[in-house]
Ligand binder design. Structure first.
Ligand SMILES: NC(=O)C1=CN([C@@H]2O[C@H](COP(=O)(O)OP(=O)(O)OC[C@H]3O[C@@H](n4cnc5c(N)ncnc54)[C@H](OP(=O)(O)O)[C@@H]3O)[C@@H](O)[C@H]2O)C=CC1
Ligand SMILES: CCCCCC(=O)/C=C/[C@H]1[C@H](O)CC(=O)[C@@H]1CCCCCCC(=O)O
Length: 339
């Protein structure tokens, strides 16, 4: 029986905040499998901030939206990928995908499919969050670039999100004082009371510079930046000598047209005077070491030192709403769509 797949395509390039007419749900009939191919059926799909940015450079109008999912093999012409196997696949916003397992890696050198990390008792969607790309981002982006030491002060923005909530907890495990900024009082309550952050500040109701002076009177040693823009400059002004800034994301700027970014004066003086180190990264830099991060984070979860949360949307037809919701801050922890 031919399989009818549903997929979301980019109908129009985004201009500002994504809107319904930019994304369209279409159906396609999939062909018969050839040798070396598998048919994946989506179980859980990820919506991530990078989709807003890279749609422009990586997709043409009419292309399927990029993205990862946990899929189950439901038909196979590859002996190494039996029916029932769970895989994490970069196959885009699709209910069903035919994958040639010998196909080369994606644009970033990431394999198209890899086996899901076994996580007994946990939903498969953890492969899209704490034991997936956001988990690796938090782990390596913090530990490799900020190199936090016990007793130091670590600040993280978008602190109740997929990456930020893990960054703060890892910094606590390393013995740091952690200050998290998030966009609602409920999110702040979660990261302070359940995740153990030392300070949780609602950046929508408090002035960032003033609240940071109060929470970190002796200055900031590490800043894990998920937000960019003015937020970054504000924290930079309160960094201590030899402070480290891990530039992970710039979500406050993703709805702007990056070709028309206003040029400001780069705050080089702050870097020079305080001898700061500031480095951007893409988490696939450490792709070969991701299993190391997942092993350690799974052990921390078992010991009760690391917690995660997911905000789930039910139904593939609601991918678009889940994506908008994540961009505007509706999610706590990782935003996923369960099929
Ligand atoms: N460099 C890399 O390899 C990677 C980078 N990233 C980056 O990390 C960041 C977090 O990603 P992820 O954890 O997946 O997403 P989140 O789960 O944190 O979701 C995005 C969050 O960003 C916050 N936000 C939205 N708009 C703004 C704004 N204007 N100012 C401040 N906060 C805002 C919202 O929370 P709130 O309610 O707090 O505003 C929202 O919930 C993103 O910038 C992303 O691009 C992610 C993965 C890999
Ligand atoms: C200015 C945008 C910063 C985006 C930061 C971010 O969220 C990065 C996420 C990457 C994650 O670590 C692994 C990925 O697959 C995400 C990036 C995908 C990049 C596609 C590049 C396409 C292109 O070459 O244009």
């Amino acid at each position: 029986m031919p399989v009818k797949a549903k997929k979301w395509i980019l109908a129009h390039h985004f201009d500002g905040v994504p809107k319904d007419s930019d994304l369209e749900l279409v159906e396609e009939e999939l062909p018969e499998l050839q040798d070396g191919e598998i048919l994946l059926e989506a179980q859980a799909l990820s919506v991530d901030p990078y989709m807003r940015v890279f749609a422009r450079s990586a997709l043409k109008e009419g292309d399927t939206i990029m993205g990862s999912q946990v899929g189950k093999v439901i038909e196979s012409k590859s002996p190494q990928h039996p029916v029932g196997m769970m895989l994490v696949g970069s196959v885009g916003w699709r209910t069903h995908a035919i994958v040639n397992v010998n196909q080369g890696p994606d644009l970033l050198g990431t394999p198209i499919v890899v086996p899901a990390t076994p996580a007994p008792g946990l939903p498969v969607s953890v492969n899209l969050g704490v034991l997936g790309m956001p988990g690796a981002t938090a782990y390596f982006g913090l530990l490799e670039l900020c190199q936090p030491k016990a007793g130091e002060v670590v600040v993280v923005s978008a602190a109740a999100g997929a990456v930020g909530s893990l960054v703060g907890q890892i910094a606590k495990i390393k013995g740091c004082t952690v200050i998290g900024y998030a966009g609602t009082d409920e999110k702040c309550k979660w990261i302070k009371e359940e995740l153990g952050f030392d300070h949780a500040i609602n950046y929508k109701t408090r002035d960032v510079a003033e609240s940071l002076k109060e929470a970190a009177p002796d200055g900031v040693d590490c800043y894990f930046d998920n937000v960019g823009g003015d937020f970054l400059y504000t924290v930079m002004r309160q960094m201590n000598k030899y402070g480290r800034i891990s530039v992970c994301g710039a979500i406050s700027q993703y709805n702007d047209n990056l070709d028309n970014q206003k040029s400001g004066v780069f705050p080089g003086i702050l870097l020079i005077v305080n001898e700061l180190r500031m480095e951007g990264f893409i988490s696939t830099r450490w792709l070969s070491r991701w299993p190391e991060a997942f092993k350690e984070m799974a052990a921390w979860m078992k010991e009760g030192k690391l917690k995660y949360r997911e905000t789930t949307t039910k139904g593939f037809e609601n991918m678009r709403e889940a994506f908008y919701g994540m961009l505007r801050g509706d999610n706590t922890g990782k935003a996923v769509v369960n099929v």
